[in-house]
Design a protein around this ligand. Structure first.
Ligand code: ADP
Length: 480
């Protein structure tokens, strides 16, 4: 079933809520039951017991006054007897109202026997008042029998009430431990359910999210193959669908970019080289004698096509680096020969501008693991810039030394320097010459961006220290 994230969360929380409600309702019902049993013990059984005691006492007093009256014939004693009789009947009625069916049975028998006792006394009183002789002994025995029956029934009632109370207390204890067990079971079950629900909901969200994360990382590393297959939850399924179509577009773009690079290299470099070569051949007189005016134009043509080749090369290099398509060949390399080569390549310009280039290379430079060609390109750009921006007769110092586990290479010049506000921007592409003030020197604005890419791809960092009018020092560090 493909439930939406909202439905999953809603149903999960609803389930948890229903469980908590269930446990609470069960607890309330159980408490109510305990309450009822306790109340019935307190309000009925113990009170019936109290009435049993009162009835026994009143019966004894009744018998006592009845006997005394029969002996003394004192009417006051008879009145007292009648008072206890009505007390007995009142208590009996009250006890009846509280009693359950069985206790009621005992009390009904008590009432019948008490009535029988009353009848016997009434008969005796009648005989006495008529001053007739009657069988005293027979009445005495009958009354004793009836009184024994009443006390016997009352004792049986007391026994029944006590047993009833114990029974109820026992039931209470059993119900208590049962309720505890059931509550523990429900709570344990609810806990397991809550954990399971939380686990499934969280997993149903985190699993597709981590798949998305992994795929995003793969795409960031240039691997566009394979598609995300997430069907549920539907929201993330839709996201995966959109992600897949984005990844397909990126794959197409990537292919287009590679094709563009190879066609650009071919389509731009080949004709530009032909133009440059052609201009060179014409300058060499291959096409016949060249006038001064023609020589001037041909020289411009050769220089500009040379610059364009440089620009195309830099542009292609930077695009490759930014697209993560530049392949690096790291090998243990000695830096000194690379610096030498870069300085030798720039020698003609150095001589033309009568610039002094001072190398300050540590003798003990460690071997570093670098791509020699790329690092040469970086050195070429930095030393080239220094020579380019330094006015005639200036000095360029190229230093290299080992320091705190890194190799530090710096190129310092006595050129125009860079204003503080432009220091951070010089490494951005197409930031050219604008900061050089009056020093409008032709360039591509790509050299330093390429240097930054090369150095950072080696795990190093590059920066510039400069002040307007004070010359500039470009420094880069490489892990030793
Ligand atoms: P460009 O091809 O223009 O030299 P770069 O990326 O190499 O491009 O340099 C960017 C800009 O940084 C330059 O145009 C220049 O303004 C400034 N710059 C670079 N090197 C120096 C330097 N040694 N002295 C002064 N300014 C420099």
């Amino acid at each position: 079933m493909k439930l939406t994230l909202f439905a999953r969360l809603f149903l999960g929380y609803l389930g948890i809520f229903v469980l908590i409600l269930g446990v609470s309702v069960y607890a309330v019902i159980e408490l109510q039951r305990f309450n009822n049993i306790t109340r019935s013990v307190l309000e009925s059984d113990t009170r019936v017991l109290e009435y049993e005691k009162k009835l026994t006492d009143v019966l004894l007093s009744e018998i006592r006054y009845e006997r005394r009256f029969l002996i003394t014939k004192d009417d006051a004693l008879y009145d007292q007897f009648l008072l206890f009789k009505s007390d007995f009947e009142l208590f009996l009625d009250e006890a009846m109202a509280l009693a359950d069916a069985r206790a009621g049975g005992f009390l009904t028998r008590v009432r019948d026997s008490h009535q029988r006792y009353q009848d016997l006394v009434d008969e005796e009183v009648k005989y006495l008042k008529a001053r007739e002789d009657y069988p005293h002994e027979h009445y005495k025995q009958e009354k004793d029998k009836v009184a024994d029956r009443i006390t016997g029934e009352l004792e049986a009632l007391a026994g029944y009430s006590q047993r009833n109370t114990y029974g109820k207390i026992q039931k209470l204890a059993e119900a208590g431990s049962n309720a505890g067990r059931v509550a523990l079971l429900i709570t344990g079950g609810a806990l397991v359910f809550v954990i399971a629900i939380s686990f499934f909901i969280t997993r149903s969200i985190t699993r597709p999210v981590s798949l998305l994360k992994r795929k995003t990382r793969e795409i960031a590393q240039g691997d566009f193959e394979g598609e995300l297959n997430i069907a549920s939850p539907p929201e993330l399924g839709e996201l995966a669908g959109a992600f897949n179509s984005m990844s397909r577009k990126l794959r197409d773009l990537d292919k287009m970019k590679s094709e563009f690079f190879s066609s650009m290299s071919h389509e731009l470099r080949t004709p530009l080289t032909s133009i440059k070569e052609g201009a060179g051949l014409l300058l060499d007189g291959v096409g016949g004698t060249v006038t001064d005016k023609q020589r001037k134009l041909l020289t411009i043509l050769a220089e500009e096509s040379e610059r364009l080749i440089g620009l195309v090369n830099s542009l292609l290099d930077l695009s490759k680096m930014e697209g993560g398509m530049m392949v690096y060949n790291f090998e243990p390399t000695s830096l000194a020969p690379l610096i030498d080569r870069a300085m030798t390549e720039i020698a003609p310009l150095v001589e033309a501008k009568r610039i002094r280039v001072e190398p300050k290379i540590d003798k003990e430079l460690p071997i570093v693991k670098v791509d020699g060609e790329k690092l040469l390109q970086a050195l070429r750009n930095l030393i080239g810039n220094a020579v380019k921006f330094t006015p005639d007769g200036g000095t360029v110092t190229v230093s290299a030394r080992q320091k705190d586990g890194v190799v530090e290479v710096s190129v310092a010049d006595t050129g125009p320097g860079i204003p503080a506000e432009n220091l951070a921007a010089v490494f951005d592409k197409f930031q050219q010459a604008a900061f050089a003030g009056s020093y409008r020197i032709k360039g591509t604005g790509l050299g330093l961006a390429i240097v930054k890419h090369i150095v950072t791809s080696h795990g190093g960092k590059v920066w510039v220290e400069s002040q307007a009018g004070e010359g500039s020092t470009f420094i880069f560090l490489l892990p030793a």
